[in-house]
Design a protein around this ligand. Structure first.
Ligand SMILES: Nc1ncnc2c1ncn2[C@@H]1O[C@H](COP(=O)(O)OP(=O)(O)OP(=O)(O)O)[C@@H](O)[C@H]1O
Length: 704
């Protein structure tokens, strides 16, 4: 089960000057905590208000603020109109019943017609108010969804949240919590606004009829509110946990779907059933608690609601009997009394909804804090981290010591200086004091026992991990169409990672900088084969048909703004022929006849692991990076296919660093970095680099 941990203000210290380098990851330093279910406390009121404001406010100051405020004003105007109509009905009711009591048929018919006309005119206003409110809630939700998804996917926050178990179920917070936040926040604002206007309107009426009745009502409501807050105070945390447990249960089911084949091979159905039932039971137990608390509150609220129903009629009836008021006034006072009672008793009547909403605010506020913490650079300077820098190597071959150009240009692509790498949470050292340089066409093989830290080294190079110290610098020529800064010196492209909002932006688009990572597990995106091939360098846009009847442009903020940084460096999208050729080059041409480029499938299921690995190489050949880091990327392939793929990427002029265990990999590399499992009691380095004589290996393999 995902565990919630407190986000501390992480500390970061980059090894070189801040003007030219940026630490690549904002480390969370979560502290292990006991089971969150047990420590979940009712949030303080001021924390709830702060979180509500933090989550709610940005939209109303966003690019869409003009539309948002206009629509909000219309919703409030329609709400005012509906209150006016209610007051009108109150007076109509009085005259209607007066006519009835007076047996005045002519007046009665007239009042009946007025009533019908008022219905015909008034009811559309009620419907339009609800429609306008829901449209605005949808617009608000759409904006927030994009806002949260951007921050979630920025700066590898999704990876940190998942790998360090920082908060539970971010997906549920984006889907369900945002939806209920926008809808409920709007309807509550309107309910409170409506109640205030209603209160003013009907207080006048009731106070005019009989002032003491108004005072009794006031005292009754205040007492009721205090008691219901006392009785229902546990509901907020129960609602919070309910959301979490439901999401955990759903996530368990999603995992069964995603890992269907592995589970089926293991025959793990019984275990899965057990685990899923455990999660469901947990949700069920909490819901039972929630129902008991709600029931106790309901005893009170229902009693509160019905106890006072006949009071107004009982109090004003003597005035009617003594002839001081007409019969219709009794009806009017009952109606006004109920309105005011409803207004004063909002907290009593809505307590369950308010507590559920508080849980949503709490979960979203917590998520918002995590996203801010990951995306902001406002961190103090007391903890060392690995410094990752990307330098523009345009026109920057390695110069000889006398400053002249070397006869054969060999360009430095990667420089690792005194890198000590630690795991993010436990800070266990994996690699100590590593220094190495990779020049163009100098292919490095990384080997070592399982668990020694080979993949973690790649994680540090990708900026996923930054715990430890030392410096990693990539010197890569960006795409051919690069129009950004060019300098004869090494120019850091990461100088301006902090945007105007002070947000810390990480170099997530490494592939557009000429660096590509192939992870251990090939990742197949949801979409067509074409989209697989374009991933992650290019995106296949969905272009709406010109005669689209959808209200295109009604939510302009949902369009993906082009990232100016990447527009300038991205090369043009490969053509269908190039994609077909890339598939042929990795010996996957046959899948085209099976599926075609534009068919959609569950690719991770329909392609074998080896085919997925070959597809990943096809991506590589299309993207043509300068440097690629391969993490056991050919582990599922036979030796012939492995050799073929390495020949292809070498022929494409791609320099590669591979992690692998197989002896056959030595044939395709010039040097080997051996990492050994670290001895915690020693301060010695746990790595060594050796040259591989590819010629002799080639001759040996020919003789064999
Ligand atoms: N998120 C994490 N938090 C803490 N420790 C981790 C995390 N991920 C991996 N580790 C630990 O770091 C160590 C190195 O892991 P890594 O994946 O780099 O090993 P590896 O050398 O690539 O192993 P293999 O050859 O089996 O793939 C392991 O002991 C692993 O348990």
């Amino acid at each position: 089960m995902a565990r919630r941990r407190r986000i501390s203000n992480s500390k970061i210290k980059c090894c070189s000057s801040t003007s030219t380098s940026t630490s690549a990851a904002v480390p969370f330093t979560p502290e292990p905590e006991p089971d969150p279910d047990k420590i979940r406390k009712v949030p303080q009121l001021n924390t709830l208000f702060r979180r509500f404001w933090k989550v709610a406010a940005p939209y109303w100051y966003s690019d869409d603020k003009a539309q948002a405020r206009l629509q909000l004003a219309s919703v409030f105007a329609l709400t005012l109109a509906t209150t006016g109509i209610s007051v009108g009905f109150n007076f109509l009711g009085r005259d209607f019943y007066n006519a009835l009591a007076n047996k005045d048929q002519e007046q009665f018919t007239k009042q009946l017609l007025y009533y019908l006309a008022a219905f015909a005119g008034g009811i559309p206003i009620f419907v339009l108010r609800d429609y306008a409110r829901e449209t605005l809630a949808l617009r608000w939700r759409s904006w927030m969804t994009k806002h949260y998804m951007e921050r979630y996917l920025n700066n590898q926050t999704f990876y940190k949240i998942q790998s360090q178990s920082i908060i539970d179920n971010p997906d549920q917070r984006i889907v369900d919590d945002l939806s209920s936040f926008s809808g409920t926040a709007l309807s509550f604002s309107l309910t409170f606004f409506n109640a205030a206007v209603d209160l003013i309107s009907f207080s006048n009426i009731l106070y005019g009829i009989y002032p003491p009745l108004f005072v009794v009502l006031l005292l009754y409501s205040i007492g009721g509110t205090v008691i219901s807050v006392f009785l229902g105070k546990g509901l907020v945390s129960l609602n919070f946990l309910q959301e979490k447990k439901e999401a955990d249960f759903r996530y368990g089911l999603v995992r069964v779907r995603e890992n269907a084949e592995s589970i089926a091979f293991y025959g793990g159905e019984d275990n899965e059933m057990q685990l899923l039932l455990q999660r469901f039971r947990s949700a069920f137990d909490n819901l039972t608690q929630l129902l008991i608390s709600s029931r106790n509150l309901e005893f009170f609220t229902n009693g509160y609601r019905y106890l006072i129903q006949i009071l107004p009629a009982a109090v004003v009836a003597p005035m009617y009997f003594s002839g001081k008021i007409e019969f219709g006034v009794i009806n009017q006072s009952v109606s006004a009394f109920n309105h005011i009672l409803g207004d004063f008793s909002l907290i009593v009547y809505q307590f369950q909804a308010i507590s559920a909403f508080s849980a949503v605010i709490d979960r979203l506020g917590e998520f918002d804090d995590v996203l801010d913490s990951s995306n902001s650079k406002g961190l103090s300077d007391s903890l060392e981290t690995i410094c990752l820098t990307f330098n523009n190597a345009i026109n920057s071959p390695v110069l000889e010591s006398n400053g002249s150009m070397p006869a054969e240009e060999s360009r430095k692509l990667l420089d690792v200086e005194n890198l000590t790498l630690q795991t993010p949470t436990s800070k266990a050292t994996l690699v100590r004091d590593l220094s190495l340089v990779i020049d163009e066409k100098e292919h490095l093989l990384v080997t070592g026992p399982s668990g020694s830290g080979k993949t973690s080294l790649l994680r540090a190079m990708a900026g996923l991990w930054s715990t430890g110290r030392g410096k990693i610098t990539f010197y890569v020529t960006v795409g051919e169409n690069f129009e950004g800064p060019t300098s004869s010196d090494f120019t850091s492209l990461e100088v301006n990672l902090q945007n105007t909002n002070g947000e810390f932006k990480k170099p997530t688009k490494r592939n557009s900088r000429g660096i590509f990572f192939l992870p251990q597990r090939p990742y197949m995106v949801l979409g067509t084969l074409r989209q697989q091939l374009l991933y992650p360098t290019w995106a296949e846009e969905m272009i709406p048909p010109p005669d689209s009847t959808k209200p295109a442009g009604s939510l302009p903020f949902l369009m993906r703004g082009e990232d100016s940084e990447n527009v300038s460096v991205k090369s043009s999208k490969p053509s269908t022929d190039e994609m077909t050729q890339a598939l042929e080059n990795v010996r996957l041409g046959y899948i085209l006849s099976r599926f075609g480029l534009d068919s959609t499938s569950e690719w991770s299921s329909v392609l074998s692991l080896g085919e997925q690995q070959r597809l990943a190489f096809a991506r590589l050949l299309l993207s043509k990076p300068k440097l690629v880091l391969l993490d056991e990327s050919t582990s599922a392939l036979d030796e012939a296919n492995e050799a073929h793929l390495y020949q292809q990427i070498e022929a494409a002029g791609i320099t590669y660093i591979s992690i692998g265990h197989r002896r056959t990999l030595y044939d395709f590399h010039n040097r080997v970095l051996r990492i050994s499992t670290i001895d915690p009691n020693s301060s010695e380095r746990n790595w060594q680099i050796e040259s591989i004589n590819r010629e002799s290996l080639y001759n040996i393999s020919k003789k064999m």
